[in-house]
Design a protein around this ligand. Structure first.
Ligand code: PLP
Length: 469
Protein backbone atom coordinates (compact mmCIF):
# COMPACT_ATOMS: atom_id res chain seq x y z
CA UNK A 1 0.00 0.00 0.00
CA UNK A 2 2.97 2.25 0.70
CA UNK A 3 4.02 2.45 -2.99
CA UNK A 4 0.38 2.94 -4.07
CA UNK A 5 0.20 5.96 -1.85
CA UNK A 6 3.45 7.32 -3.27
CA UNK A 7 2.47 7.06 -6.93
CA UNK A 8 -0.96 8.51 -6.20
CA UNK A 9 0.64 11.43 -4.39
CA UNK A 10 2.93 12.12 -7.33
CA UNK A 11 0.02 11.76 -9.75
CA UNK A 12 -2.00 14.36 -7.82
CA UNK A 13 0.98 16.71 -7.66
CA UNK A 14 1.43 16.50 -11.43
CA UNK A 15 -2.30 16.97 -12.13
CA UNK A 16 -2.38 20.02 -9.84
CA UNK A 17 0.62 21.42 -11.71
CA UNK A 18 -1.12 20.97 -15.06
CA UNK A 19 -4.38 22.48 -13.81
CA UNK A 20 -2.57 25.44 -12.27
CA UNK A 21 -0.68 25.88 -15.57
CA UNK A 22 2.73 25.25 -13.98
CA UNK A 23 3.16 23.30 -17.19
CA UNK A 24 1.05 24.41 -20.15
CA UNK A 25 -0.32 22.26 -22.99
CA UNK A 26 2.63 20.88 -24.96
CA UNK A 27 5.20 21.60 -22.21
CA UNK A 28 7.66 18.93 -21.23
CA UNK A 29 7.27 17.63 -17.68
CA UNK A 30 10.38 17.26 -15.49
CA UNK A 31 12.35 14.16 -16.52
CA UNK A 32 11.94 10.87 -14.68
CA UNK A 33 15.38 11.37 -13.16
CA UNK A 34 14.49 14.87 -11.88
CA UNK A 35 11.20 13.64 -10.43
CA UNK A 36 12.98 10.76 -8.66
CA UNK A 37 15.52 13.15 -7.18
CA UNK A 38 13.22 16.02 -6.24
CA UNK A 39 10.31 13.90 -4.98
CA UNK A 40 12.56 11.27 -3.37
CA UNK A 41 10.83 8.46 -5.24
CA UNK A 42 11.96 5.31 -6.99
CA UNK A 43 12.08 5.18 -10.77
CA UNK A 44 9.32 2.53 -10.82
CA UNK A 45 6.98 4.75 -8.78
CA UNK A 46 7.57 7.75 -11.05
CA UNK A 47 7.11 5.68 -14.19
CA UNK A 48 3.90 4.16 -12.85
CA UNK A 49 2.42 7.59 -12.07
CA UNK A 50 3.37 8.90 -15.51
CA UNK A 51 1.94 5.86 -17.28
CA UNK A 52 -1.33 6.29 -15.42
CA UNK A 53 -1.51 9.94 -16.46
CA UNK A 54 -0.74 8.89 -20.00
CA UNK A 55 -3.58 6.34 -19.96
CA UNK A 56 -5.92 9.13 -18.80
CA UNK A 57 -4.77 11.28 -21.71
CA UNK A 58 -3.31 14.00 -19.51
CA UNK A 59 0.25 13.53 -20.72
CA UNK A 60 1.82 11.86 -23.70
CA UNK A 61 5.21 10.19 -23.91
CA UNK A 62 7.57 10.80 -26.79
CA UNK A 63 10.12 7.97 -26.90
CA UNK A 64 13.60 9.09 -25.86
CA UNK A 65 12.41 12.69 -25.29
CA UNK A 66 10.13 12.66 -22.25
CA UNK A 67 6.55 13.26 -21.11
CA UNK A 68 4.51 16.23 -22.40
CA UNK A 69 1.26 17.82 -21.23
CA UNK A 70 -1.50 16.67 -23.55
CA UNK A 71 -4.65 17.95 -21.89
CA UNK A 72 -6.17 20.70 -24.01
CA UNK A 73 -7.10 23.74 -21.89
CA UNK A 74 -10.85 23.32 -21.47
CA UNK A 75 -11.82 26.84 -22.46
CA UNK A 76 -9.80 26.87 -25.70
CA UNK A 77 -9.79 23.54 -27.39
CA UNK A 78 -12.83 21.65 -26.26
CA UNK A 79 -15.74 22.02 -28.61
CA UNK A 80 -18.70 23.32 -26.69
CA UNK A 81 -21.43 21.50 -28.58
CA UNK A 82 -23.68 19.66 -26.13
CA UNK A 83 -26.53 17.37 -26.94
CA UNK A 84 -29.94 18.00 -25.44
CA UNK A 85 -31.89 15.24 -23.72
CA UNK A 86 -35.11 14.38 -25.50
CA UNK A 87 -37.63 11.57 -25.08
CA UNK A 88 -37.00 8.07 -26.55
CA UNK A 89 -37.59 7.92 -30.28
CA UNK A 90 -37.20 5.58 -33.20
CA UNK A 91 -34.19 6.18 -35.40
CA UNK A 92 -34.00 7.26 -39.02
CA UNK A 93 -30.46 7.46 -40.35
CA UNK A 94 -29.66 9.93 -43.12
CA UNK A 95 -28.98 8.65 -46.66
CA UNK A 96 -25.81 10.74 -46.57
CA UNK A 97 -24.27 8.04 -44.37
CA UNK A 98 -24.95 5.35 -46.99
CA UNK A 99 -23.41 7.62 -49.58
CA UNK A 100 -20.25 8.15 -47.50
CA UNK A 101 -19.89 4.39 -46.87
CA UNK A 102 -20.42 3.62 -50.57
CA UNK A 103 -17.53 5.97 -51.33
CA UNK A 104 -15.36 4.48 -48.49
CA UNK A 105 -15.10 8.08 -47.35
CA UNK A 106 -15.71 7.90 -43.60
CA UNK A 107 -12.00 8.15 -42.75
CA UNK A 108 -10.49 9.96 -45.73
CA UNK A 109 -11.28 13.28 -47.41
CA UNK A 110 -9.94 11.76 -50.66
CA UNK A 111 -10.88 8.06 -50.48
CA UNK A 112 -9.60 7.16 -53.95
CA UNK A 113 -6.08 8.29 -53.16
CA UNK A 114 -4.07 5.10 -52.65
CA UNK A 115 -0.28 5.31 -52.52
CA UNK A 116 0.05 1.57 -53.15
CA UNK A 117 2.45 1.16 -50.24
CA UNK A 118 1.98 -1.52 -47.59
CA UNK A 119 3.22 -0.84 -44.07
CA UNK A 120 5.73 -3.34 -42.60
CA UNK A 121 3.00 -4.50 -40.17
CA UNK A 122 0.54 -5.30 -42.94
CA UNK A 123 3.23 -7.07 -44.98
CA UNK A 124 4.03 -9.33 -42.05
CA UNK A 125 0.31 -9.89 -41.35
CA UNK A 126 -0.19 -10.92 -44.98
CA UNK A 127 2.75 -13.34 -44.78
CA UNK A 128 1.33 -14.91 -41.60
CA UNK A 129 -2.09 -15.34 -43.25
CA UNK A 130 -0.43 -16.81 -46.35
CA UNK A 131 1.47 -19.34 -44.23
CA UNK A 132 -1.73 -20.25 -42.42
CA UNK A 133 -3.50 -20.84 -45.73
CA UNK A 134 -0.66 -23.04 -46.98
CA UNK A 135 -0.78 -25.10 -43.80
CA UNK A 136 -4.52 -25.69 -44.10
CA UNK A 137 -5.32 -29.36 -43.75
CA UNK A 138 -7.00 -31.07 -46.68
CA UNK A 139 -10.38 -31.46 -45.03
CA UNK A 140 -10.59 -28.10 -43.17
CA UNK A 141 -12.52 -26.50 -45.99
CA UNK A 142 -15.33 -29.01 -45.58
CA UNK A 143 -16.09 -28.06 -41.95
CA UNK A 144 -17.32 -24.97 -40.14
CA UNK A 145 -15.17 -23.67 -37.29
CA UNK A 146 -16.81 -23.74 -33.87
CA UNK A 147 -19.10 -20.70 -33.29
CA UNK A 148 -16.87 -19.11 -30.63
CA UNK A 149 -14.01 -19.00 -33.12
CA UNK A 150 -10.51 -20.42 -33.27
CA UNK A 151 -9.00 -21.12 -29.87
CA UNK A 152 -5.51 -19.88 -30.79
CA UNK A 153 -6.91 -16.44 -31.72
CA UNK A 154 -9.03 -16.26 -28.57
CA UNK A 155 -5.97 -17.16 -26.51
CA UNK A 156 -3.95 -14.39 -28.13
CA UNK A 157 -6.75 -11.88 -27.57
CA UNK A 158 -6.96 -12.93 -23.93
CA UNK A 159 -3.21 -12.36 -23.53
CA UNK A 160 -3.40 -9.03 -25.35
CA UNK A 161 -6.14 -7.80 -23.00
CA UNK A 162 -4.46 -9.09 -19.85
CA UNK A 163 -1.93 -6.25 -20.33
CA UNK A 164 -4.82 -3.82 -19.80
CA UNK A 165 -6.04 -5.09 -16.46
CA UNK A 166 -8.69 -7.36 -17.93
CA UNK A 167 -8.08 -11.11 -17.77
CA UNK A 168 -10.70 -12.94 -19.82
CA UNK A 169 -10.42 -16.67 -20.35
CA UNK A 170 -10.61 -17.72 -24.03
CA UNK A 171 -14.07 -19.16 -23.25
CA UNK A 172 -15.28 -15.63 -22.45
CA UNK A 173 -14.51 -14.47 -25.99
CA UNK A 174 -16.36 -15.06 -29.25
CA UNK A 175 -14.93 -14.10 -32.63
CA UNK A 176 -17.20 -12.00 -34.85
CA UNK A 177 -17.17 -10.44 -38.27
CA UNK A 178 -15.93 -7.04 -37.05
CA UNK A 179 -17.12 -4.78 -34.26
CA UNK A 180 -20.36 -3.82 -36.04
CA UNK A 181 -21.34 -7.51 -35.97
CA UNK A 182 -20.34 -7.68 -32.28
CA UNK A 183 -22.53 -4.64 -31.48
CA UNK A 184 -25.39 -6.24 -33.42
CA UNK A 185 -25.10 -9.46 -31.38
CA UNK A 186 -24.89 -7.49 -28.12
CA UNK A 187 -28.07 -5.50 -28.86
CA UNK A 188 -29.91 -8.60 -30.09
CA UNK A 189 -28.95 -10.51 -26.95
CA UNK A 190 -30.07 -7.99 -24.38
CA UNK A 191 -32.89 -5.97 -25.98
CA UNK A 192 -36.33 -6.63 -27.44
CA UNK A 193 -38.04 -4.59 -30.17
CA UNK A 194 -39.27 -1.24 -28.81
CA UNK A 195 -36.80 -1.16 -25.89
CA UNK A 196 -34.89 2.03 -25.20
CA UNK A 197 -31.11 2.24 -25.56
CA UNK A 198 -28.99 5.13 -24.28
CA UNK A 199 -26.16 6.26 -26.58
CA UNK A 200 -23.45 8.91 -26.62
CA UNK A 201 -24.28 12.16 -28.36
CA UNK A 202 -22.41 12.95 -30.47
CA UNK A 203 -21.82 9.24 -30.96
CA UNK A 204 -21.17 6.45 -33.46
CA UNK A 205 -23.60 6.42 -36.40
CA UNK A 206 -23.16 2.64 -36.84
CA UNK A 207 -24.98 2.08 -33.55
CA UNK A 208 -27.79 4.34 -34.74
CA UNK A 209 -28.09 2.21 -37.90
CA UNK A 210 -28.37 -0.94 -35.77
CA UNK A 211 -31.05 0.61 -33.55
CA UNK A 212 -32.99 1.63 -36.66
CA UNK A 213 -32.93 -1.90 -38.09
CA UNK A 214 -33.75 -3.60 -34.78
CA UNK A 215 -36.72 -1.31 -34.05
CA UNK A 216 -35.12 -0.09 -30.83
CA UNK A 217 -35.69 3.42 -29.51
CA UNK A 218 -32.87 5.74 -28.62
CA UNK A 219 -32.15 8.35 -25.98
CA UNK A 220 -29.12 10.51 -26.63
CA UNK A 221 -26.97 11.25 -23.60
CA UNK A 222 -24.89 14.47 -23.79
CA UNK A 223 -21.26 13.49 -24.21
CA UNK A 224 -18.15 15.57 -23.64
CA UNK A 225 -15.55 15.56 -26.39
CA UNK A 226 -12.91 15.36 -23.67
CA UNK A 227 -14.28 12.94 -21.04
CA UNK A 228 -17.06 11.00 -22.76
CA UNK A 229 -20.63 10.33 -21.68
CA UNK A 230 -21.91 12.77 -19.05
CA UNK A 231 -22.76 10.50 -16.11
CA UNK A 232 -25.09 13.05 -14.45
CA UNK A 233 -27.07 13.24 -17.68
CA UNK A 234 -27.17 9.44 -17.90
CA UNK A 235 -28.53 9.30 -14.36
CA UNK A 236 -31.23 11.81 -15.29
CA UNK A 237 -32.15 9.66 -18.29
CA UNK A 238 -32.29 6.51 -16.15
CA UNK A 239 -34.60 8.22 -13.66
CA UNK A 240 -36.97 9.28 -16.42
CA UNK A 241 -37.22 6.23 -18.66
CA UNK A 242 -36.72 2.45 -18.50
CA UNK A 243 -33.44 1.92 -20.34
CA UNK A 244 -32.44 -1.61 -21.37
CA UNK A 245 -28.86 -0.97 -22.50
CA UNK A 246 -26.33 1.79 -22.73
CA UNK A 247 -23.75 1.80 -25.56
CA UNK A 248 -20.58 3.76 -24.95
CA UNK A 249 -16.94 3.96 -25.90
CA UNK A 250 -14.87 4.90 -22.83
CA UNK A 251 -11.55 4.60 -24.69
CA UNK A 252 -11.40 7.26 -27.42
CA UNK A 253 -15.03 7.62 -28.40
CA UNK A 254 -15.82 8.66 -31.91
CA UNK A 255 -16.13 11.43 -33.14
CA UNK A 256 -13.70 13.41 -30.95
CA UNK A 257 -11.55 10.81 -29.16
CA UNK A 258 -12.92 11.37 -25.62
CA UNK A 259 -11.32 9.34 -22.83
CA UNK A 260 -13.50 8.57 -19.84
CA UNK A 261 -11.88 8.98 -16.38
CA UNK A 262 -11.95 5.98 -14.04
CA UNK A 263 -14.27 7.73 -11.56
CA UNK A 264 -16.92 8.14 -14.29
CA UNK A 265 -16.53 4.48 -15.30
CA UNK A 266 -17.19 3.37 -11.74
CA UNK A 267 -20.30 5.55 -11.54
CA UNK A 268 -21.61 4.09 -14.81
CA UNK A 269 -21.23 0.59 -13.40
CA UNK A 270 -22.99 1.53 -10.16
CA UNK A 271 -25.88 3.03 -12.18
CA UNK A 272 -26.05 -0.07 -14.38
CA UNK A 273 -26.49 -2.17 -11.29
CA UNK A 274 -29.03 0.16 -9.71
CA UNK A 275 -31.17 0.45 -12.86
CA UNK A 276 -30.54 -3.10 -14.12
CA UNK A 277 -29.15 -2.38 -17.56
CA UNK A 278 -26.60 -3.89 -19.91
CA UNK A 279 -23.54 -1.80 -20.69
CA UNK A 280 -22.22 -2.33 -24.21
CA UNK A 281 -18.62 -1.15 -24.37
CA UNK A 282 -17.37 -0.36 -27.86
CA UNK A 283 -13.62 -0.77 -27.35
CA UNK A 284 -12.59 -0.57 -31.00
CA UNK A 285 -10.32 2.47 -30.62
CA UNK A 286 -8.39 1.38 -27.52
CA UNK A 287 -5.40 0.12 -29.50
CA UNK A 288 -5.12 3.39 -31.39
CA UNK A 289 -3.92 5.08 -28.16
CA UNK A 290 -1.05 7.42 -28.96
CA UNK A 291 0.42 6.52 -25.55
CA UNK A 292 -0.41 3.72 -23.11
CA UNK A 293 -3.55 1.76 -23.92
CA UNK A 294 -6.30 2.58 -21.38
CA UNK A 295 -7.88 -0.20 -19.33
CA UNK A 296 -11.35 -1.15 -20.53
CA UNK A 297 -14.50 -0.49 -18.50
CA UNK A 298 -14.90 -4.27 -18.64
CA UNK A 299 -11.88 -4.59 -16.30
CA UNK A 300 -14.02 -3.04 -13.53
CA UNK A 301 -17.11 -5.15 -14.23
CA UNK A 302 -17.84 -7.15 -11.07
CA UNK A 303 -21.54 -7.65 -11.90
CA UNK A 304 -21.14 -9.32 -15.31
CA UNK A 305 -23.02 -6.48 -17.01
CA UNK A 306 -20.45 -5.16 -19.50
CA UNK A 307 -20.49 -6.64 -22.99
CA UNK A 308 -17.20 -5.70 -24.62
CA UNK A 309 -17.17 -5.36 -28.43
CA UNK A 310 -14.07 -4.73 -30.51
CA UNK A 311 -12.18 -5.57 -33.69
CA UNK A 312 -8.94 -5.17 -35.59
CA UNK A 313 -10.53 -2.62 -37.95
CA UNK A 314 -8.98 0.52 -36.46
CA UNK A 315 -5.74 -0.91 -35.12
CA UNK A 316 -4.71 -3.25 -37.93
CA UNK A 317 -7.01 -3.85 -40.92
CA UNK A 318 -10.64 -3.24 -41.79
CA UNK A 319 -10.37 -5.75 -44.59
CA UNK A 320 -9.86 -8.88 -42.47
CA UNK A 321 -13.33 -8.35 -40.90
CA UNK A 322 -12.32 -9.90 -37.58
CA UNK A 323 -13.75 -8.72 -34.29
CA UNK A 324 -14.64 -10.16 -30.91
CA UNK A 325 -17.21 -9.95 -28.18
CA UNK A 326 -17.18 -10.85 -24.52
CA UNK A 327 -20.82 -11.18 -23.57
CA UNK A 328 -20.84 -11.24 -19.75
CA UNK A 329 -24.10 -12.80 -18.46
CA UNK A 330 -25.44 -12.81 -22.04
CA UNK A 331 -22.50 -14.79 -23.48
CA UNK A 332 -24.30 -18.10 -24.07
CA UNK A 333 -27.08 -16.30 -25.97
CA UNK A 334 -24.46 -14.39 -27.96
CA UNK A 335 -22.74 -17.63 -29.01
CA UNK A 336 -26.09 -18.91 -30.26
CA UNK A 337 -26.70 -15.65 -32.17
CA UNK A 338 -23.21 -15.76 -33.68
CA UNK A 339 -24.07 -19.22 -35.04
CA UNK A 340 -27.38 -17.98 -36.44
CA UNK A 341 -25.99 -14.83 -38.07
CA UNK A 342 -22.65 -16.09 -39.38
CA UNK A 343 -22.35 -19.85 -38.78
CA UNK A 344 -18.59 -19.58 -38.42
CA UNK A 345 -15.51 -17.48 -39.10
CA UNK A 346 -12.76 -18.36 -41.58
CA UNK A 347 -10.35 -20.63 -39.76
CA UNK A 348 -7.18 -19.96 -41.76
CA UNK A 349 -7.68 -16.20 -41.37
CA UNK A 350 -8.04 -16.46 -37.59
CA UNK A 351 -5.00 -18.72 -37.30
CA UNK A 352 -2.92 -16.39 -39.44
CA UNK A 353 -3.82 -13.42 -37.25
CA UNK A 354 -3.16 -15.48 -34.09
CA UNK A 355 0.32 -16.33 -35.39
CA UNK A 356 0.94 -12.67 -36.27
CA UNK A 357 0.07 -11.79 -32.67
CA UNK A 358 2.10 -14.58 -31.03
CA UNK A 359 5.16 -13.68 -33.12
CA UNK A 360 5.02 -10.12 -31.77
CA UNK A 361 4.00 -8.66 -35.14
CA UNK A 362 0.86 -6.98 -33.78
CA UNK A 363 2.67 -5.34 -30.86
CA UNK A 364 5.42 -4.06 -33.20
CA UNK A 365 2.77 -2.73 -35.61
CA UNK A 366 0.99 -0.88 -32.79
CA UNK A 367 4.27 0.67 -31.61
CA UNK A 368 5.00 2.02 -35.09
CA UNK A 369 1.43 3.18 -35.56
CA UNK A 370 1.37 5.15 -32.30
CA UNK A 371 3.98 7.68 -33.34
CA UNK A 372 2.60 7.91 -36.89
CA UNK A 373 -0.88 8.70 -35.59
CA UNK A 374 0.44 11.32 -33.20
CA UNK A 375 2.35 13.04 -36.03
CA UNK A 376 -0.68 12.95 -38.31
CA UNK A 377 -2.96 14.32 -35.59
CA UNK A 378 -0.53 17.19 -34.98
CA UNK A 379 -0.29 17.93 -38.69
CA UNK A 380 -4.11 18.09 -38.93
CA UNK A 381 -4.37 20.30 -35.85
CA UNK A 382 -1.84 22.75 -37.21
CA UNK A 383 -3.63 22.89 -40.59
CA UNK A 384 -6.95 23.53 -38.81
CA UNK A 385 -5.39 26.34 -36.78
CA UNK A 386 -4.98 28.21 -40.08
CA UNK A 387 -8.69 28.00 -40.91
CA UNK A 388 -10.41 31.38 -40.77
CA UNK A 389 -13.13 32.23 -38.25
CA UNK A 390 -14.29 30.31 -35.23
CA UNK A 391 -12.76 26.80 -35.08
CA UNK A 392 -12.81 24.60 -32.00
CA UNK A 393 -11.12 21.25 -32.31
CA UNK A 394 -10.71 18.25 -30.02
CA UNK A 395 -7.15 17.14 -29.32
CA UNK A 396 -7.45 13.38 -28.82
CA UNK A 397 -4.75 11.06 -27.51
CA UNK A 398 -6.24 8.11 -29.32
CA UNK A 399 -8.75 7.25 -32.02
CA UNK A 400 -8.38 8.33 -35.62
CA UNK A 401 -10.44 11.51 -35.80
CA UNK A 402 -10.95 15.00 -34.45
CA UNK A 403 -14.27 16.79 -33.94
CA UNK A 404 -14.37 20.26 -35.42
CA UNK A 405 -16.93 22.83 -34.35
CA UNK A 406 -17.34 25.89 -36.57
CA UNK A 407 -19.36 29.10 -36.44
CA UNK A 408 -23.08 28.53 -35.79
CA UNK A 409 -23.92 29.70 -39.34
CA UNK A 410 -22.14 26.72 -40.95
CA UNK A 411 -24.41 24.04 -42.46
CA UNK A 412 -22.21 20.94 -42.73
CA UNK A 413 -24.93 18.86 -44.47
CA UNK A 414 -25.27 21.46 -47.22
CA UNK A 415 -21.48 21.57 -47.52
CA UNK A 416 -21.41 17.77 -48.06
CA UNK A 417 -22.82 18.06 -51.59
CA UNK A 418 -20.62 21.02 -52.44
CA UNK A 419 -17.50 19.23 -51.16
CA UNK A 420 -18.40 16.16 -53.28
CA UNK A 421 -18.56 18.37 -56.34
CA UNK A 422 -14.93 19.22 -55.54
CA UNK A 423 -14.00 15.53 -55.14
CA UNK A 424 -13.88 15.71 -51.31
CA UNK A 425 -15.87 13.55 -48.88
CA UNK A 426 -16.63 15.18 -45.53
CA UNK A 427 -18.42 13.61 -42.54
CA UNK A 428 -20.99 16.17 -41.28
CA UNK A 429 -21.84 16.52 -37.58
CA UNK A 430 -25.58 15.69 -37.81
CA UNK A 431 -24.72 12.06 -38.69
CA UNK A 432 -23.57 11.60 -35.07
CA UNK A 433 -27.04 12.26 -33.66
CA UNK A 434 -30.67 11.47 -34.48
CA UNK A 435 -32.01 14.80 -33.34
CA UNK A 436 -30.55 17.08 -36.00
CA UNK A 437 -27.88 18.53 -33.70
CA UNK A 438 -24.28 19.42 -34.52
CA UNK A 439 -25.16 21.13 -37.82
CA UNK A 440 -21.98 23.26 -37.59
CA UNK A 441 -19.65 20.34 -36.82
CA UNK A 442 -17.50 17.90 -38.81
CA UNK A 443 -15.48 14.82 -38.02
CA UNK A 444 -12.09 14.77 -39.76
CA UNK A 445 -9.80 11.75 -39.77
CA UNK A 446 -6.02 11.82 -39.50
CA UNK A 447 -5.54 8.13 -40.27
CA UNK A 448 -3.91 8.72 -43.66
CA UNK A 449 -0.67 10.56 -44.46
CA UNK A 450 -1.07 14.30 -45.01
CA UNK A 451 0.37 14.47 -48.52
CA UNK A 452 -0.02 17.55 -50.73
CA UNK A 453 -3.37 16.41 -52.17
CA UNK A 454 -4.98 15.85 -48.76
CA UNK A 455 -3.57 19.10 -47.37
CA UNK A 456 -4.97 20.96 -50.37
CA UNK A 457 -8.36 19.32 -49.85
CA UNK A 458 -8.26 20.45 -46.23
CA UNK A 459 -7.28 23.99 -47.24
CA UNK A 460 -10.14 24.22 -49.72
CA UNK A 461 -12.82 23.28 -47.16
CA UNK A 462 -13.35 26.70 -45.49
CA UNK A 463 -14.44 28.19 -48.83
CA UNK A 464 -17.00 25.37 -49.15
CA UNK A 465 -18.16 25.59 -45.54
CA UNK A 466 -18.52 29.38 -45.62
CA UNK A 467 -20.00 29.96 -49.10
CA UNK A 468 -20.96 33.53 -48.17
CA UNK A 469 -17.25 34.32 -47.57
C1 PLP B 1 -16.92 3.35 -32.88
C2 PLP B 1 -16.99 2.27 -33.93
N1 PLP B 1 -17.48 1.07 -33.60
C3 PLP B 1 -17.58 0.08 -34.50
C4 PLP B 1 -17.19 0.26 -35.81
C5 PLP B 1 -17.35 -0.85 -36.79
O1 PLP B 1 -16.15 -1.54 -36.93
P1 PLP B 1 -15.89 -2.87 -37.75
O2 PLP B 1 -15.20 -2.47 -39.00
O3 PLP B 1 -15.00 -3.70 -36.89
O4 PLP B 1 -17.19 -3.54 -37.98
C6 PLP B 1 -16.67 1.51 -36.20
C7 PLP B 1 -16.28 1.75 -37.60
O5 PLP B 1 -16.14 2.86 -38.04
C8 PLP B 1 -16.55 2.53 -35.23
O6 PLP B 1 -16.07 3.74 -35.53
Amino acid sequence: MESEYLYQRLERWLVDGIEQQRWALGDRLPSIRTLCREQQLSRATVQHALQRLEAQGLVESRPKVGYFVALPPKSEAQPASRALISAPRLVTVSDVLQDIMRRSGAFDLLPGLHTGELSPGIMSLNRAIGRSLRRQRGEDYQYYDEPAGDLSLREQLALHNARRGWHPGPDQLCITSGCQHALFLALLACCDKGDVVAVESPGFYGVLQLLEQLGLRVVEVPTSILTGMDVDALEEVLKRWKIRACVLSPSFATPGGALMPDAAKLRILALADQYDLAVIEDDIYADTAHGATPDPLKALDTQSRVILCSSFSKSLSRDIRLGWISGARWHARILQLKLVTQLATSRYLQRGVAEFMSDGGFAAHLRRQRSLLRERRDCLLSALRKWPGEVRVSCPNGGLTVWVELAATVDAMAAYTEALANGIVITPGPLFSVTGQFTNCLRISYEHPWNAARLNALKSLPAILYPEG
